[in-house]
Design a protein around this ligand. Structure first.
Ligand code: AHG
Ligand code: MN
Ligand code: MN
Length: 353
């Protein structure tokens, strides 16, 4: 019997020549003749942990990973069971892999030194938000993982790394990425030569290159902010939000408001479609909510590599000097023209179009 149109589509899909993440990483590695493969192995370890977190998340309603651990993390925020599990799985994968000597995680107050036991080179530092948007898990809304990778700087001992080794500005990142556990699971990362996205094919357990060389539109139609805090925003920000909502067909306003409450998911949508994500300072959180080292910096690196921008309202995120591991920062990130416009409103220099 001849295949139906639907079957035909599926067959054609299967025949598409997808590259696996592993193949892609090795190809990139081969471009550098002196490469030892350590960085490739580090990415493999991260992608393995992501697959394990993904597996656990997909069964979240069936096994006991919903709800809180009853603990609060270093930020004073309620820790979800999946926060703790994801943290454990990433630490385990990185410890086993041996290429990472120091981990900074949202779910652990201190930086975690890893003994490499001679297994790997241990020359990388990984900063992590193991599970972003975790309050959304119990209600089946997309969540994510964010990671940022640095080299251990000269003068630091890989067997006794101190937290100071991790406190490097975002411009020093060797790579950064995120995983979005959404309607499909995607891993998106950059090493400073563009941004590539890989979709997990659950039937073969491989991330496949589905979104090569992601570019974000210079301007989008979406803004993402928790406007429930409107009355505690700075005047300049309120003026920007009002402006975004004014009718002006020529400049594509009013813009649409979309806010999932998972930074990774909001960022991912805006990256692909164009838009701006904002988590500003508020009266009760003068430094904003998001963390510089494992939320703002990695996403800023990705945004810039895709043609976008990221600022705290005054300073380019990647140029901020970190003082502590869990430091917070206000964040305006996404399409370049929208971020510039937000910055101009915040600084009182905006010229309305
Ligand atoms: P995390 O779950 O890692 O603590 O991050 C939560 C963050 C971020 O994902 C989201 O955009 C933001 O918190 C939402 O905060 P509000 O509820 O204050 O809007
Ligand atoms: Mn987060
Ligand atoms: Mn988190």
């Amino acid at each position: 019997m001849a295949p139906t149109t639907n079957e035909q589509t599926i067959l054609e899909h299967d025949l598409k020549d997808f590259k696996t993440l592993e193949q892609y990483i090795i190809e990139q590695q081969d471009r550098f003749p002196h490469s030892t493969g350590a960085f490739s192995r580090l990415l493999r370890d991260i992608s393995l942990a992501a697959k394990i977190v993904n597996r656990d998340m997909r069964r979240a309603g069936l096994v006991d990973v919903h709800g809180t651990t009853g603990e609060t993390n270093v930020q004073g925020e309620v820790q979800q069971k999946m926060d703790a599990l994801a943290h454990k799985e990433f630490v385990l994968a990185l410890r086993r892999g041996g290429e990472c000597c120091l981990i900074g995680s949202e779910e652990h107050a201190e930086a975690i030194p890893l003994s490499t036991n001679g297994e790997g080179d241990g020359k990388y530092i990984v900063l992590l938000d193991p599970l972003d948007g975790s309050s959304n898990i119990d209600v089946n809304v997309s969540v994510g993982t964010i990671f940022s990778i640095y080299r251990l700087p000269d003068g630091h001992d890989k067997d006794k790394p101190k937290v100071e080794a991790a406190l490097q500005p975002g411009t020093e990142q060797v790579a950064a990425g995120y995983v979005v556990y959404g309607s499909s699971t995607m891993l998106v990362y950059t090493t400073g030569a563009g941004v590539n996205g890989f979709t997990l094919d659950p039937s073969i357990g491989e991330f496949l290159l589905s979104h090569p060389n992601i570019r974000t539109p210079a301007r989008g139609r979406v803004f993402s902010i928790n406007s429930g805090y409107y009355h505690s925003f700075a005047d300049g920000l309120c003026a920007y939000l009002d402006w975004l909502q004014e009718e002006d067909a020529d400049s594509g306003r009013p813009c649409k408001m979309r806010y999932i409450g998972s930074f990774v998911s909001d960022f991912h949508r805006n990256l692909l479609k164009g838009g701006i994500y904002m988590y500003p300072a508020t009266q009760s959180s003068p430094e904003g909510k998001l963390r510089l080292m494992y939320e703002a910096n990695p996403m800023a690196f990705i945004a810039e590599q895709a043609g976008g921008a990221a600022t705290d309202g005054h300073t380019r995120i990647l140029e901020k000097t970190p003082e502590k591991l869990h430091q917070r920062t206000p964040l305006f990130i996404g399409s370049r023209e929208m971020v510039e416009q937000a910055e101009a409103f915040l600084q009182g220099t905006a010229v309305s179009e």
